[in-house]
Design a protein around this ligand. Structure first.
Ligand code: 13P
Length: 281
């Protein structure tokens, strides 16, 4: 399925940022900052974050209402991150998500292909994008990377729109320097020509992110880096303002640091000044 936001990144060799959201303040901060820089954005929602925000429908309504209230003009995609079941994907699609990730990467490749195709069938009928994962991206960078052969088989046997492959990154904080398989990214790109997704973007150097994009990555996910920036600033605010009890002052105290992180990544990914009219918006 062709999507203008993703196709533009694929054709012009840049990456769309996925910033994961947790609450109203994160949605406001991410949308405002991306709008300021004219960058399209993917709002990543994990299944647990969706539960925290009182369900998929509430997430869609919150995002749409905030976009209208803040007069947000950039193209946005509301994306379900790392769903492991068909039912979770269907619930998000029925609630109005624009994109879902089915992550059956812990299963056998044949089972992964079967479940992914089931999700593609339902999603594409509703004009919703599907991202799938092969090789397993976890908190451990030592896990085996995806083989080019598996990637090619997966590409030929499914109808996915974006592919997340294990190329040496991991979710969370890196305790040791990751060794990114840049050649593997190139080879998987050459054998699939799909928009490739890099999970575990937080903590990678600017040079590394740029090289991943040059070699074929078109979407990069960030969650941990926003959480670290927000919580660090919030903790220091509370230390310096012991008497504060206004919840709005407290919860927004970390948002300036998040803005800086967002600005930084948009510049590195090359997604700024890309705004164009889209019927996705
Ligand atoms: P980080 O933990 O590196 O931010 O990765 C987030 C991610 O890949 C979500 O899918």
């Amino acid at each position: 399925m062709k999507n203008k936001i993703i196709q533009d990144a694929l054709i012009n060799n840049y990456a769309i940022p996925q910033f994961n959201i947790n609450n109203l303040e994160w949605i406001k901060t991410i949308l405002s900052e991306c709008n300021n820089l004219n960058s399209p954005v993917i709002l990543g929602v994990s299944t647990s974050a969706a539960k925290y925000m009182c369900g998929y429908k509430n997430v869609v309504n919150m995002v749409n209402n905030i976009k209208e209230y803040l007069n947000i003009k950039i193209p946005t995609i509301i994306h379900l991150d790392h769903a492991t079941t068909y039912e979770e994907c269907v619930s998000a699609i029925d609630a109005g998500f624009d994109s879902v990730m089915i992550d059956a990467s812990s299963s056998l490749l044949t089972d992964n292909i079967k479940l992914t195709n089931q999700v593609c069938n339902y999603a594409h009928k509703h004009n919703v994008l599907v991202e799938a994962e092969i090789g397993h991206i976890s908190e451990d960078i030592n896990i085996n990377c995806t083989s080019v052969e598996d990637a090619n088989n997966f590409y030929k046997q499914t109808d996915i729109d974006l592919l997340a492959a294990a190329v040496g990154t991991a979710h969370g904080c890196y305790n040791v320097k990751p060794h990114i398989q840049y050649d593997l990214i190139t080879k998987i790109k050459e054998s699939t020509n799909l928009p490739l997704v890099l999970h575990g973007g937080s903590g990678l150097s600017d040079e590394c992110l740029k090289k991943c994009i040059k070699n074929g990555i078109n979407k990069i996910n960030f969650n941990t880096e926003l959480q670290l920036a927000w919580s660090k600033e919030l903790k220091s605010y509370l230390k310096e303002n012991k008497d504060v009890y206004d919840p709005r002052k407290i919860i927004t105290a970390g948002c300036n640091s998040m803005q800086e992180v967002i600005r930084h990544y948009i510049k590195i990914l090359g997604s700024f000044d890309r705004y164009y009219e889209t019927d996705n918006n």
